[in-house]
Design a protein around this ligand. Sequence first.
Ligand code: FAE
Length: 539
Amino acid sequence: MSDEAMRRSASGQLSRRLFIAGTGSILGAAALGGTASAKSSIADAARIPALVVGSGYGGCVAALRLAEAGVDVHLVELGMAWDTPGTDGKIFANTTKPDYRSFWLRTRTKQPLSNFLGFPLDKDVPRHTGILDAEDFSGITVYQGRGVGGGSLVNGGMAVTPKRENFGAVLPTVNADEMYGVYYPRANTGLGVATIDQNWFETAECYQYARVGRKHAQRSGFPFLFVPDVYDWDYMKKEQAGTVPRSALAGEILYGNNAGKKSLQQTYLPRIKATGRVTISPLHRVTSVTPASGGGYTVVMEQLDTGGTVTATKSVTADKVFFAAGSVGTSKLLVKLKATGALPNLSNEVGKGWGDNGNVMCGRANHMWDATGALQSSIPTAGIDNWAAGGAFAEVAPLPTGIETYASFYLSITKNPHRATFSWNPSANRVDLDWQTAWKQPSIEMAKTIFDKINAKEGTIYRTDLFGTYKIWGDHLTYHPLGGAVLGKATDNYGRLHGYPGLYVIDGALIPGNTSVNPFVTITALAERNIEKIVATDL
Ligand code: FAE
């Protein structure tokens, strides 16, 4: 989307003409009338060549490449379309003011950073099919995006290709030469990845926090890296200059960005719509996939209203089904379908190998001479690399409160060895995950290899007020769920599910629990690799 389009979008003045021009035919027309009108969405009893479950990175890559190969695709998405302004004229809510748009079917927010200066931050909100799902399992809360565009709608856009020497541990059965020669470059181009102008970084008020983070990292001898992102850096410069409506500089991120960020809505999805071969059905939840008597698969789905109530149940027959509901969504579906007899021949590996990418958060309290700035860009742009020596890569993250906090905040990705398993719980009629909160301890130890050293060097301490009262570590959550249908185990080496020709996994469920860095570039690159093979050999 151009800067002009983003400005209009941000101020809620998106014109009908601009919108249709920008989004293509079927979905554009339907979206203007609200969400997921019957006309735009998938028809009951349809017979279709390919159905993609979920519209995050894996789902968008699959839909685009299948459509380009001449296949008609139905892309079915649990969340909303996120193309219609809300009551304040904006599509997305601000992180500092969560409202009905912010959380997936909750009546109270569950913010990752739950407290500040001793005060709890959560508040009541109307129950709505909002954008961020805080999905609770017994030992962990897994944050995920809900909507057409999946996690790209809510994430920080940090677009990191793992170091080549770490790739063997990330995807051991995949040819690294092909990934680094072809598919990582393809993913980076498709996603619009770019690195901040480092001259601008040195003076930008909104990155004072990152410069303080760099000073502290380097004084303790840690390598400090600039991290690429999908944010439009030219737009951010204009935000800082005050010439466009602010998004990253207004604290927008967790509940969506009204401008600036190149989510899948600005990259893969316009290309998908331009093929004219893809029907997108938001607010549809796939609940069952079974072999159909005449070949292909019967796919059952529920249509929801924005209160989460089921308004229709549809059943279609698809020749091929691509599971792209995210690591948790895909794993839960497959585990249920195997256990309940819908797909009994799925591999016993289904549901296994799930990890949290070693996520753990913490904050540090700086001295008064190390102010981190009242104005902070919500888009992180740098990290501290202690992976080889200590098993941790720490994002220097913002704390965009609008006031000076003297705090440095970090999301660490660590080499946590624990892997959890999803299993069907028949009495509760749900899928459980056996992760234990205590399994975060190795991640804490690895993060401490960085922050204990920095604190000792700087004479500073950890913040204890961000995740509760006197609690240092954000060890109850992950932003990066990975695994559950691991490549080469639950599937073959290209995501084909064992036992069922025509069923594929093409999302973060394929990746065995850890990518050593933020995961979406790897998810996208692996999807590009796999779909190329599937288009060439299976169509
Ligand atoms: P995903 O993007 O989650 O898409 C799955 C889609 O399937 C979702 O839209 C679901 O609503 C939908 N779905 C689920 N169940 C069903 C069903 N039954 N029927 C129909 N649809 C369904 O999957 N990663 C980075 O690399 N850099 C970052 O800076 C970063 N920051 C993050 C910040 C936050 C707050 C969060 C939550 C995540 C962040 N991530 C980041 C993680 C990243 O967004 C995530 O790895 C990818 O989005 C996963 O991509 P998938 O295609 O696997």
